[in-house]
Write a protein of this length. Structure first.
Lengths: 304, 356
C-alpha cells in the first residue's frame, strides 16, 4: 500500500490520515448527496433539504455527475474514498423512473446496500412557513407500520434510514433540546416521511405533553429497485471488534432480588493465631503458657 | 364518619392524578420497541390503511395524530431516564442515554494489530524490555539540560563537527569527514531497507501467500528465490530427479513421500547397507559412552524454556534482575545440568538454528 511506505511529512497530514483509518469506535458517518446527469427541480430541492437536515455530516455536490449507480458503482466508490463518506443519496430523473432517489451505504469504500425510491410528493422546507429548529439537532426517529418488520427489503430500508438520519452518538442529551422528530409510516406499499417540530407543553406531572408542528421536508416514497448486500457480507459488516465489549467485573454477582454479592478469596488461616479482641479474662496465665510451650518461652513473662 | 371522609378524599386525589395523566397517556395495541441510545421508537401496530388511502388534508391529520402518539410515548420513556442538572443548579436538565442497541453495519472493517517486526520478535524471545530514556541529557560543555536528539542537542550539532580523529588502524590519507558522512548515509539506507522489509513482511502476512510467486522487478529475497527454484526444479517430467545442481548447492533428498516423517526401507534391498547398520547398532549398544549428547540436549531445553518463559511473562511484570538473575532463580536445577551449562558457548545451538 502506498500509505504504508510513504509516511506523512506534516502533523496535519498525519491527523488527516488518522481520522480516516479504521478505528475501534468509529466516526459519525458522513453522507454525500449527488445529482445525476438529468436531475430536475424536485430532486435538487430534495437533496438540498436533506443536506440541511444532515449538516454538518453531509457534503452536497453542486455539479451533475453522469453515472448510473445500479450499473456501475466505481465512480460512487471513488467519491466515497475521496471524501470519506459512507452514506450516499443519488438523485436523478428520466421518463422511465421519474424523480428517482437512490439511498445507499458503503462498507470499506465498496457499496453495501442501495435502494431506489421514487418521490411521489414533496413538500420543501421553504414551503412551510414557520420557525425551524437549529441545525445539527439530533432527530428522534419513529417507524410505524408492520411492513418494516415483515418484508426483508423494508427491514433493510429501515436500517438504512436509521443509519442515515441518526447523527452522532452522544452519551447525554438535553431534555429540552428534543425538538425534531422524523416519522416514517409504511402503508399500502408507500412510505410516508414526515418531519415535525416538537413542542413540549405543560401537563400535570413531570412528563410534558407533546404537540407537533409540521416543519421540514415531507416525502411520499415508493420503493423501486434494490441492490442489497449478500448475507455474509452484511454479517461481516455488522461484526464488532472484541475491544468494544465492556469488561466484566469479576467476583461480583447479583441476586434476583437486587442484592449484590461480592466474593473475596482468602488464603488458609491459622485459627489459633488469629487476632481477636483482647479480653483480659481470657489471657493465658504464665503457668499455662509455659506448660504449652514446653518451657522455652522467648518473651518476658508478665505477672498475671 | 372520619374514615368515610378519608376514603372520599383519597378517591378524589386519585381521580385528579388520573386526570393529569390522561393528557400524556396513549393507548396502543402493541407496545412500541424503544432504542433510547438512538432516540428510536418502532411501532408494530398496523396503521389504518383504509383511512390513509385518500389523499389530502385528512391523511395529513391522521399521520400527524399517529406521529404525536408515538412521539409522546418515546418522550415519556426519555423523560424517565436518570437525569441531572448539568453545570450546577441553574443549568439545563440533561439525561444520560444508554448504549444504542440497534445493530448497524460498520463503516470500515475493524483494525487488525500489525505483526511484530524482526527486532520485536527477537526481543520478545529474549525477554528484552524497553529502557525508558530521559528526554533531557546534561550537557557538560554547555552546562545545561539539552535534548537527547534534535534541535540543540546535547552533543552539539554533528554537521558542524570540526574535528574527526583518525582511528588507530586507519589509512592516514583517508578523508575522515567523508568517511563519517558515508557511514551515516549507509546507516540511514540500512534502516530504511529494514523498515520496508518489515512492512513487506507485515503486508504479506496479512494477505496470505501472493498468487504471483516472484516479484517482477527483481527485488526478491532469499526464501522467495529458494521456494521458486525448488518449485521449478520439481516441475519436470521426472519430478526433478535428473536436474543438475550448482557446484555448492546442497543435494536435497527426494522426499517422494511428500513430507511423511518416517519411511521404512524396503525389505529386500541393499544387503551390505543392512549389515553395516546392524553392526553399528551393536557397537553403540556395547559401548560405555552415552549416545545422547548431554550438552546439546541441555542447550535445546534451555532455549525452549527461555522462549516459553518470555511468552508467559509477556503481560506480567518481569523482575529487574535481568537475564542472569532470572536464570539463577530457576528452581530444580540439578548439579549435572548446571555443570553442562558452561559449555554451550563453544558449540552451535542444537536443532533449528536460523531456519525461517
Amino acid at each position: 500500500l502506498i500509505s504504508c511506505y510513504r509516511k506523512p511529512k506534516t502533523k496535519r497530514a498525519k491527523r488527516f490520515l488518522e481520522k480516516r483509518e479504521p478505528k475501534l469506535n468509529e466516526n459519525t458517518k458522513n453522507a454525500m448527496l449527488i445529482k445525476g446527469g438529468n436531475a430536475n427541480l424536485t430532486v435538487t430541492e430534495v437533496l438540498k433539504d436533506i443536506y440541511a437536515v444532515k449538516k454538518p455530516f453531509a457534503v452536497l455536490y453542486k455539479r451533475k455527475n453522469i453515472t448510473r449507480p445500479f450499473e456501475d458503482q466505481t465512480s460512487l466508490e471513488f467519491f466515497s474514498k475521496k471524501s470519506d463518506c459512507s452514506l450516499f443519496l443519488f438523485g436523478s430523473h428520466n421518463k422511465k423512473r421519474p424523480n428517482n432517489l437512490i439511498i445507499g451505504r458503503m462498507f470499506d469504500y465498496h457499496v453495501l446496500d442501495m435502494i431506489e425510491l421514487g418521490i411521489e410528493k414533496f413538500v420543501a422546507l421553504k414551503d412551510i412557513k414557520n420557525s425551524k429548529c437549529p441545525e445539527g439537532t439530533k432527530p428522534m426517529l419513529v417507524f410505524a407500520g408492520d411492513m418494516f418488520d415483515v418484508n426483508e427489503e423494508y427491514r433493510r430500508l429501515k436500517s438504512l434510514l436509521i443509519d442515515f438520519f441518526r447523527g452522532p452518538t452522544v452519551p447525554n442529551i438535553r431534555l429540552a433540546g428534543l425538538e425534531y422528530v422524523l416519522h416514517f409510516t409504511a402503508v399500502d406499499g408507500k412510505i410516508y416521511m414526515r418531519s415535525y417540530k416538537v413542542l413540549l407543553k405543560k401537563s400535570g406531572c413531570k412528563i410534558p405533553r407533546i404537540e407537533l408542528e409540521e416543519m421540514g421536508p415531507s416525502l411520499d416514497l415508493v420503493m423501486r429497485r434494490t441492490h442489497l448486500a449478500s448475507d455474509d457480507l452484511y454479517k461481516l459488516s455488522l461484526k464488532q471488534p472484541k475491544g468494544l465489549k465492556p469488561k466484566k467485573k469479576k467476583n461480583i454477582s447479583h441476586d434476583a432480588l437486587g442484592t449484590t454479592y461480592g466474593r473475596i478469596h482468602m488464603q488458609k488461616q491459622d485459627l489459633s493465631k488469629l487476632q481477636t479482641r483482647k479480653m483480659k479474662g481470657l489471657k493465658k496465665r504464665p503457668a499455662e503458657k509455659s506448660a504449652q510451650d514446653g518451657g522455652a518461652t522467648p518473651k518476658k513473662l508478665k505477672s498475671a | 364518619m372520619a374514615a368515610v371522609r378519608v376514603e372520599a378524599v383519597l378517591a378524589a386525589a386519585e381521580e385528579q392524578e388520573a386526570e393529569k395523566r390522561r393528557s400524556i397517556t396513549v393507548e396502543k395495541e402493541l407496545e412500541l420497541e424503544y432504542d433510547l441510545g438512538n432516540l428510536l421508537a418502532v411501532d408494530r401496530n398496523p396503521p389504518p390503511a383504509a383511512a390513509l388511502r385518500g389523499a389530502g388534508p385528512r391523511r395529513e391529520a391522521l399521520l400527524r395524530a399517529l406521529a404525536r402518539d408515538n412521539t409522546q410515548l418515546l418522550v415519556s420513556r426519555l423523560w424517565e431516564l436518570p437525569a441531572e442538572r448539568a453545570g450546577g443548579a441553574g443549568g439545563p436538565l440533561v439525561a444520560q442515554l444508554p448504549e444504542p442497541t440497534f445493530r448497524l453495519p460498520r463503516e470500515k472493517p475493524a483494525p487488525k494489530p500489525r505483526p511484530p517486526t524482526r527486532w520485536e520478535q527477537f526481543a520478545r524471545l529474549k525477554g528484552i524490555r524497553r529502557k525508558k530514556k530521559t528526554s533531557l541529557v546534561w550537557d557538560e560543555q554547555a552546562k545545561e539540560w539539552r535534548r537527547r536528539w534534535g534541535y540543540r542537542r546535547a552533543g552539539g550539532d554533528p554537521s558542524r563537527a570540526w574535528l574527526a580523529e583518525v582511528p588507530a588502524g586507519a589509512d592516514p590519507e583517508e578523508d575522515q569527514f567523508a568517511r563519517l558522512r558515508r557511514e551515516k548515509r549507509e546507516r540511514v539506507a540500512r534502516n530504511e531497507l529494514n523498515r520496508l522489509r518489515n512492512l513487506a513482511r507485515a503486508h504479506r502476512a496479512g494477505s496470505a501467500v501472493p498468487a504471483a510467486p516472484l516479484h517482477p522487478t527483481g527485488h526478491q529475497d532469499r526464501d522467495e528465490l529458494r521456494r521458486v527454484a525448488r518449485v521449478a526444479r520439481v516441475s519436470t517430467a521426472s519430478l526433478g530427479r535428473f536436474q543438475p545442481r550448482l557446484p555448492k548447492e546442497p543435494a536435497e533428498p527426494p522426499s517422494r513421500s511428500g513430507g511423511k516423517k518416517r519411511r521404512f526401507q524396503p525389505l529386500l534391498g541393499n544387503l551390505a547397507a543392512e549389515r553395516s547398520r546392524q553392526l553399528e547398532l551393536l557397537r553403540d549398544m556395547g559401548s560405555k559412552k552415552p549416545v545422547l549428547d548431554i550438552t546439546r540436549a541441555v542447550n535445546k531445553q534451555l532455549r525452549q524454556e527461555e522462549a516459553e518463559a518470555a511468552a508467559a511473562n509477556k503481560g506480567k511484570k518481569q523482575s529487574k534482575r535481568g537475564k542472569r538473575g532470572r536464570r539463577q532463580q530457576r528452581p530444580g536445577r540439578s548439579g549435572k545440568k548446571s555443570g553442562a551449562r558452561r559449555q554451550p558457548q563453544q558449540q552451535k545451538p542444537a536443532g533449528g538454528g536460523r531456519r525461517k
